[in-house]
Design a protein around this ligand. Structure first.
Ligand code: NAI
Length: 304
């Protein structure tokens, strides 16, 4: 029998957490024959809610779920984890300065990076979901220098999946017949162009308007897609979008966490090379890189 994989979910008492943990426990993230032990972290004010989630996980009697650690202690949460899905963060509130929100998230990601660095299993893979996802991932990378940079990523798969969904609806074909869209750069409003693009960009807001709650189901599902493809590989002839540490491909500045088209094999992603970039896309690639560079500078200014 396979050894259980330990999967950390931070912010596990939140909206996305509530949708995500049952998916992981059911094998959606790592496959139907991979036992898991869930580590769930949240902050003290959410401890009771977190315990409620744990009670429901017990009640769901998931055959693959071999244990649940529900805690507000970062070290306990990070100990021996093989996969870390970072959903917890400080949300932007009405009237708050961008710098103040950044500063809160920089502090969170700095301390959680140190805990992962010291206590996670060797070769732990990290996915940052919490916004600003690219920059939180970059801070995490900076403060967990022993975790290989290849192991630190951020989620743009939700935008990728939203784009697949829009193409499928517009052409009236099953979404399984659509592939190889690309999200370049930031998980933000500088993504791309045109009506298709605005729909994808504003999809999160449209769902909040309709549901009065955020798009937790699709965010959780895309986080599972991201990790599954990373660990188990992308299908032949298919690429996906992942926010990863830029090596300068496509003239994107090195040293940013930037979303690229990637294929995955043997647990490693590779940026798809040599795709033609037209003039408009070039502008957009540069614009989103500028935005990320500015965000990086803001994050660094919060450190000093
Ligand atoms: P939420 O507010 O329902 O949940 C966040 C949870 O994080 C809360 O339970 C909170 O107590 C917890 N938390 C706060 N600080 C923490 C800390 N230091 N350690 C551990 N937990 C902490 O929010 P929701 O809807 O679940 O979204 C979570 C994050 O994901 C947000 O930052 C959101 O902007 C982001 N997001 C990113 C997407 C992407 O595509 N990259 C898509 C959708 C959401």
């Amino acid at each position: 029998a396979k050894q259980p994989v330990r999967v950390l979910v931070t912010g596990a008492a939140g909206q996305i957490g509530y949708a995500l943990v049952p998916m992981i426990a059911r094998g959606v993230m790592l496959g139907p024959d991979q036992p898991v032990i869930l580590h769930m972290l949240d902050i003290a004010p959410a401890a009771e809610a977190l315990n409620g989630v744990k009670m429901e996980l017990v009640d769901a009697a998931f055959p693959l779920l071999k244990g649940v650690v529900a805690t507000t202690d970062v070290v306990e949460a990070c100990t021996e984890v093989n996969i870390a899905v970072m959903v917890g963060g400080f949300p932007r509130k009405e009237g708050m300065e961008r710098k103040d929100v950044m500063s809160k998230n920089v502090a969170i990601y700095k301390s959680q990076a140190s805990a992962l660095e010291k206590h996670a299993a060797a070769n732990c893979k990290v996915l940052v979901v919490a916004n600003p996802a690219n920059t939180n991932a970059l801070i995490l990378k900076e403060f967990a220098p022993s975790i290989p940079e290849k192991n630190i990523s951020c989620l743009t798969r939700l935008d990728h999946n939203r784009a697949l969904g829009q193409v499928s609806e517009r052409l009236n074909v099953p979404v399984s017949d659509v592939k190889n869209v690309i999200i370049w750069g930031n998980h933000s409003s500088t993504q791309l162009h045109g009506e298709f693009i605005t729909t994808v960009q504003q999809r999160g807001a449209a769902i909040i308007k309709a549901r009065k709650l955020s798009s937790a189901l699709s965010a959780a599902s895309s986080a599972c897609d991201h990790i599954r493809d990373w660990v188990l590989g992308t299908p032949e002839g298919t690429w996906v979008s992942m926010g990863v540490y830029s090596d300068g491909s496509y003239n994107v500045p090195a040293g940013l966490i930037y979303s690229f088209p990637v294929t995955c094999r043997n647990g490693e992603w590779t940026i798809v090379q040599g795709l033609p970039i037209d003039e408009l896309s070039r502008k957009k690639l540069d614009l989103t890189a500028e935005e990320l560079t500015e965000e990086k500078e803001l994050a660094y200014s919060c450190l000093s």
